[in-house]
Design a protein around this ligand. Structure first.
Ligand code: COA
Length: 701
């Protein structure tokens, strides 16, 4: 445990992560609440531990029985004969704290509390008491309100889920108990191998971050898949270190779904755009459906592709076209040298087969045809990844195809990524199981196979990103001075010229601008800075919607016009807003170009987040904006602007292009005041070949 500055006990996260080793690889396990009644959870958990071949000591605790399932029982945790590494607790909620105290006395370093009836029903104090105990004794605590976990490398099934989970390299972490258990069953049917299944429950202590960081260094795990509804502490989540591919299946992506998720596990689920930002920024991958998420997780156990060229092998034209579409949509590149393909693949197929990519060995290709085509695709260095498709026919058993693929793949020692889709009936399902059992990702949908392959390419790109160590940049003194002045005046918003002063101090690129209290002063500023044509806007703390009161005049071209328009504006505004105190006018050079929008606001879970998008209908109708969580560096800023759907407009379309360097500069600069303001709005930030310019600026504190 650690103590904070005030002497209070706080969790030592590093120690907790280290103690997870005792959870997954314990030498001794106590099961409190073990029962001889098969209908009870405590019986099922004990049964799963006993029947799955766990090699450590097992101590069931039960006050009435001397033996359950052939294992001697003890009346209490403290009565157990040795120290204990790990405890499963399945006693009614009021008893849990007392049991955890006993566990601490026995030096337990990891515990899973299966019992429900804590924060999910509003009993936050009771849950906090468990967390405090766990922190004090460095116990890595899973739950409460979980179905437990399975860890196949130590044959430990400390759950009341199904037995006989197929062993493999995927760690599957689920925030939903029911979905976790049912997907465990589904993976068993598909023969998808799992190293672990962990039910997170209420996440009083151990959550996604701790598990990811533990599995990072677990050689038995190669991919982490998380079903997530919401994150409790987004700031802490953003500190997660990623060393292995993490695939996230997140529900609550719609507004209604988010509300449903919030009432489900009591989790806080915010805007999906913010979650997307967080996942992208951390280098986590996203699955849209559970089959797609597992397809990605399976594919991510494959070798990294050495290049971009993908080859499709099929026995059916339709499915081949469908895979071509999916590859195209996913941005996967299909190998295109058709002359070379003809030379290499013609010998593998009948005359009427096609050697264009997709390679179509046809319905008459037979096992031999498939085998030869797969062999060539795996042997040739010019092909970097392979998609094998099979439509079930009466002439060729899919199991034969599966065996041929397995033989060829093993013969070349799994030298490049290979994914399979088999469409058909019972025999195809059997073939899929054979492939999955042999760690070749196989699915019933083309879309899933392609999504799996795409994940491999995404992970390769993530690994190649230069590491950026970023921390929130400091606010310049001048910016803080302005903000403080406004705060002292009791205002919650900055006037435009004040916002401009702050932005300028931070390094946000500005058009020529000025603030004038008279027509003469306006002319002087415009001439001195060669500002014409100029936009003039009224400045008053009492006026929010300037154009409604005649407080905006655009395109003022010279001194005479400036004087006339100044007087005209003062007169009109006084008439329309007689009680407003007019402080002067804001002058800003007129700028042409593409309208973008940069914003920053505070998300309840993740804190300050910066938004970027194109202005106008792109933001209003299409909501084509993307976010990043503060702090982020130049690489992330680049990825942020490359993420919007209308990114082609930024690259230059019909003569209009963007000045990306200055957009990036803006995205980095606004972060300087992230901790000091509530909301920032640069709308529009106009960009053209010469630069980007914050044409309108608004800050709320
Ligand atoms: N020390 C040792 N044993 C104790 C005990 C204690 N302090 N308190 C109770 N027990 C024993 C009981 O005597 C009983 O054994 P028995 O069958 O031999 O009498 C056993 O522990 C279980 O207690 P019981 O009172 O019968 O509870 P239960 O089995 O009906 O329910 C839970 C216990 C934990 C399963 C239940 O409270 C619960 O939370 N269920 C929901 C679990 C869930 O769905 N989790 C989330 C999944 S996603």
């Amino acid at each position: 445990m650690s103590l904070d500055a005030a002497g209070e006990v706080v969790a030592d996260v590093k120690v907790k992560i280290a103690n997870l080793k005792k959870v997954f690889n314990p030498k001794s396990v106590v099961v409190v609440g073990a029962s001889s009644e098969p209908a009870k959870v405590g019986y099922q958990v004990l049964n799963n531990i006993v029947k799955n071949g766990f090699k450590g000591k097992i101590y069931p605790v039960n006050k009435k029985s001397t033996e359950i399932l052939g294992v001697p029982c003890f009346p209490s945790v403290t009565a157990c004969p040795t120290d204990i590494d790990f405890a499963v607790i399945a006693v009614p909620a009021p008893m849990v704290e007392g049991v955890l105290k006993e566990c601490a006395a026995k030096n337990v370093k990891g515990a899973v509390i299966i019992t429900s009836g804590f924060s999910e029903i509003g009993k936050k104090k009771e849950e906090q008491a468990l967390k405090d105990l766990a922190d004090k004794h460095d116990i890595a605590l899973l739950g409460p309100n979980t179905f437990g976990f399975v860890y196949t490398p130590s044959n430990l099934n400390a759950s009341f889920g199904p037995q006989n989970v197929t062993a493999g390299k995927i760690a599957f972490i689920s925030q939903s108990g029911a979905l976790g258990i049912s997907l465990m069953g589904w993976t068993m049917m598909e023969k998808i191998g799992l190293a672990s299944v962990v039910s997170l429950g209420n996440k009083a202590d151990i959550g996604e971050k701790e598990l990811i960081e533990y599995f990072n260094d677990d050689p038995n795990v190669s991919v982490i898949l998380i079903y997530m509804e919401g994150i409790k502490d987004g700031r802490q989540f953003m500190t997660t270190k990623i060393k292995k591919p993490v695939v996230i299946l997140k529900s609550g992506t719609s507004t209604r779904g988010a509300q449903a998720a919030a009432s489900h596990t009591g989790s806080l689920s915010g805007s999906d755009k913010i979650y997307t930002a967080a996942f992208n920024q951390l280098g986590m991958l996203r699955g849209r459906t559970f089959t797609q998420a597992f397809a990605s997780a399976c594919a991510l156990s494959m070798p990294e592709p050495k290049g971009d060229d993908t080859l499709i092998i099929t026995n059916g034209g339709g499915i081949g076209v469908s895979a071509t579409d999916e590859c195209d949509n996913a941005g996967l590149k299909l190998f295109e040298d058709h002359v070379w393909l003809e030379e290499k693949f013609r010998p593998t197929m009948p005359e009427f087969g096609s050697t264009k990519n997709p390679i179509d060995v046809t319905g008459g290709g037979g096992r031999e045809g498939y085998q030869k085509a797969v062999r060539v695709a795996l042997a040739e260095d010019r092909i970097h990844s392979v998609i094998v498709l099979y439509c079930e026919t009466a002439v060729l058993d899919p199991v034969e195809v599966a065996r041929a693929v397995v033989d060829e793949y093993n013969a070349v020692k799994r030298n490049k990524p290979l994914v399979v889709t088999m469409v058909g009936g019972e025999r195809s399902r059997q073939a899929i199981q054979i492939l999955n059992e042999n760690q070749i990702p196989a699915m019933t949908e083309v879309r899933e196979a392609v999504a799996g392959l795409k994940s491999l390419y995404q992970w390769k790109e993530i690994c190649a990103r230069p590491k950026e160590k970023v921390k929130t940049p400091e606010a310049p003194a001048k910016a803080l001075e302005v903000i403080e002045r406004v705060r002292k005046e009791g205002r919650t918003f900055l006037l435009e010229h004040e916002s401009r002063e702050v932005f300028e101090a931070c390094g946000v690129p500005m058009p020529k601008w000025g603030f004038a209290t008279s027509a003469d002063e306006a002319v002087k500023i415009a001439e001195k800075t060669q500002m014409y044509p100029v936009a003039m806007k009224i400045t008053s703390v009492d006026i929010i919607h300037k154009s409604d009161v005649g407080g905006v005049i655009l395109n003022i071209k010279n001194a005479d016009e400036m004087r006339a328009k100044f007087d005209q504006m003062m007169e009109t505004v006084k008439k329309n807003a007689p009680n407003a105190k007019l402080l002067g006018v804001n002058l800003c050079q007129m700028v042409d170009g593409l309208q973008c929008i940069v914003g920053m606001n505070k998300d309840p879970q993740f804190g300050p987040a910066v938004m970027f998008g194109l202005g106008g209908i792109f933001v209003e109708v299409l909501k084509d904006v993307s976010f990043r969580i503060v702090p982020f560096g130049e690489g992330e800023a680049k990825r942020l602007i490359g993420e919007i759907k209308a990114k082609k407009l930024l690259d230059g379309y019909r003569g209009q292009g963007a000045h990306k360097e200055s957009i990036i500069k803006t995205l980095l600069a606004v972060q300087k005041i992230a901790e000091h303001v509530k909301e920032v709005d640069i709308n529009p930030l106009i960009t053209n070949k010469d630069g980007s310019f914050a044409v309108d600026a608004r800050i709320i504190i």
